[in-house]
Design a protein around this ligand. Structure first.
Ligand code: GTP
Ligand code: MG
Length: 363
């Protein structure tokens, strides 16, 4: 599912590109003036997963290939973006295409780095971005509602249902404080997938804090805003992370210890994004290579087979599956078979997170 994308949004100078570089090690342009990013940067980011190391070690694999997700760093958003202010239209067009949103909120205070609103206030900024997104949606929705009303006049059931759905969506977006855990919100997100409704995109917040900030109190304030919306908040120090990303891993680790930095913060952002996309991981072992694959939760073995190779899907015979915990216990497919925990599954098997799978197929 390499085509799934997480869009990085936020006001100008929030540190979006800095965080993007830390995540993707892509070296995109960062500067202290607003609107540095005009064309979106796209990066493929490996998903850290300790299970891959463990399986590879047991299977004696030399090569390890992690699953990946795509992050897109978009232009900054300002008040009035929904009316085309700043890079409004460009911003909105690109964000409509992504599957989930990583909202970078600026909490670091640095006089030399301009703040478009004149002062640092994370909750105000989050609210501003949220409002612009909702305003853009309301305009988009009013057009869809007009069209649906005309269609519904024909009197068929499908058009009537669509109009009803659009009207409830319109009401939810108007009210604000959209809770992404709410069942109606989830249902509508499913129904309107691919129609570019921004307010329905699953979202997490990366709170970009300064090196010496009081993380706990900043996070607590942000959570007051994020909790009722079901949004996870992850504190990061984007600048330090970007600097660390340029060092060899051993040196980076040493620095992290010295600075007392949470080495997990970037990994947490990536994993949270991965979850936001509804992805799980299964593993394959082949010719000395252990590989993690991203798969939409609820997918079948046939679909999983097709990700590795179209031949696997076309000639699918069966899937030999060992659940992750069983694999750790048994150490390999042979032992798993002996222990009775190697499952032989057909096309319709729903792949579980952590499954180690060997596909049998006819050529
Ligand atoms: N002190 C500090 N500065 C940071 C941090 N993150 C980013 N910056 C600085 O803030 C400035 C803006 O960072 P960018 O990553 O370009 O911000 P952006 O959100 O991509 O900005 P636009 O592309 O203009 O919308 C740069 O000078 C960064 O070095 C941080 O965690 N701490
Ligand atoms: Mg940028």
């Amino acid at each position: 599912m390499s085509s799934l994308e997480i869009g990085i949004v936020g006001i100008p100078n929030a540190g979006k590109t800095t965080l993007f570089n830390a995540l993707s090690r892509a070296g995109a342009q960062v500067a202290s003036f607003p609107f540095t990013t005009v064309e979106p940067n796209v990066g493929v980011v490996p998903v850290p997963d300790p299970r891959l190391e463990k399986i590879a070690a047991l299977a004696g694999c030399e090569r390890k290939v992690p699953a990946t997700v795509r992050f897109v760093d978009i232009a900054g958003l300002v008040e009035g973006a929904s009316r085309g202010e700043g890079l409004g239209n460009k911003f909105l067009a690109r964000i409509r295409e992504v599957d989930a949103v990583l909202h970078v909120v600026r909490a670091f205070d640095e006089p030399d780095i301009a703040h478009v609103a004149g002062s640092v206030d994370p909750v105000r900024d989050a609210e501003l971005v949220d409002t612009e997104i909702r305003l853009a949606d309301l305009e988009h929705l009013s057009r869809l509602v007009e069209k649906a009303k005309r269609d519904a006049k024909k009197g068929d059931k499908v058009s009537g249902q669509r109009l009803n759905d659009l009207l409830s969506l319109q009401r939810i977006v108007e009210e604000g404080q959209i809770d992404q855990r709410d069942s109606l919100v989830k249902e509508l997100a499913e129904k309107f997938r691919g129609e570019g409704i921004l307010s329905l995109k699953p979202t997490i917040i990366a709170l970009n804090i300064g090196e010496n900030d009081d993380t706990e109190s900043l996070v607590a304030k942000m959570l007051d805003w994020a909790n009722p919306r079901g949004i996870v908040v992850i504190p990061v120090c984007a600048r330090v992370e970007a600097e660390l990303a340029e060092l060899p891993p051993e040196e980076a680790l040493e620095f992290e210890k010295e600075l007392g930095i949470d080495e997990e913060s970037l990994a947490r952002v990536i994993r949270a994004g991965y979850q936001l996309l509804g992805l799980i991981t299964y593993f394959s072992i082949d010719s000395g290579e252990c590989r993690a694959w991203a798969l939409k939760r609820g997918s079948t073995a046939l679909k999983a087979a097709g990700k590795i190779h179209t031949d696997f899907e076309k000639g699918f015979i069966k899937a030999e599956v060992v659940h992750y915990e069983d694999f750790l216990r048994c150490g390999n497919f042979h032992q798993a078979r002996e222990a009775g925990c190697l499952l032989v599954e057909g096309k319709e098997y729903i792949v579980q997170d952590g499954d180690v799978i060997h596909f049998k197929f006819s050529k």
